[in-house]
Design a protein around this ligand. Sequence first.
Ligand SMILES: [Zn+2]
Length: 279
Amino acid sequence: MSDESLRLAGIEVRGHSVGGLETFIRLPELGLCFDIGRAPESSLSTELVLFTHSHIDHLGGVSSHAASRALRGMGPPTYVVPPPIAPGLQDLLEVWRGLDGANLPCKIVPLGPGDELTIKGRRVVRPFPAHHFGAAQGYVVWDAREKLLPELAGLSGDEIKARREAGEPVTARIETPLVAFTGDSRIDVLDVEPVLYQAKLLILEVTFLDDRVTVESAREKGHVHLDEVIERADRFQNEAILMTHFSARYNRRQVREILAERLPASLAERVTPLLNHFS
Ligand SMILES: [Zn+2]
């Protein structure tokens, strides 16, 4: 099945995510994707992958991604991972190198909460801890721009240039959270990381949608239940929210119906469910 393109808060999003099966979310304009559960053909063009945790449905496609890119002469990809996962990923690729005889060229970048990575387009990636299993983290991609100091707004270009040349600061760095991705996590992540409510686009896992699974059971499994999102409905300031990672027990029609029935209007108008790969 192909991945339709969505445009949310002005950002193109492709990919698919089914809880327990496969997560792969691509932001072509930002030149990155989050997780590669199975390495579909459409993942190969992405050089920068931000992995959230080491469950197979999120990391399982890494070896084929590296292999297929090498086979096509596409250059080594960069895999950003939670630092505790890096040695295991090295070992995994080493085992595949032994079995397959291929080099699997790639760069593994351990990046944890408190670290940052500058990427193309004057953007900065910062991980935050997720509340799932083992070393799990989500990511915020920030837009970082130099903006003219507001007190200089009335000056001419020549005057600003003169001040800059005299060594005076004329700009300040302004950062805005563009995209936040929770990865797999209990809802607690929203309570601890207020930036998630502010990012232009929030990509939020909502694995369970109704009383077929209780909130308590969702929490035990390290996932979000829709009840918990509804409880927090008035806190979301995001321009758009992409809900992902629905359990395979729901089909496309059920997801749409449950969201339409249960989401308050203020949230419903900003929420899009990622339903590629749902029957
Ligand atoms: Zn998981």
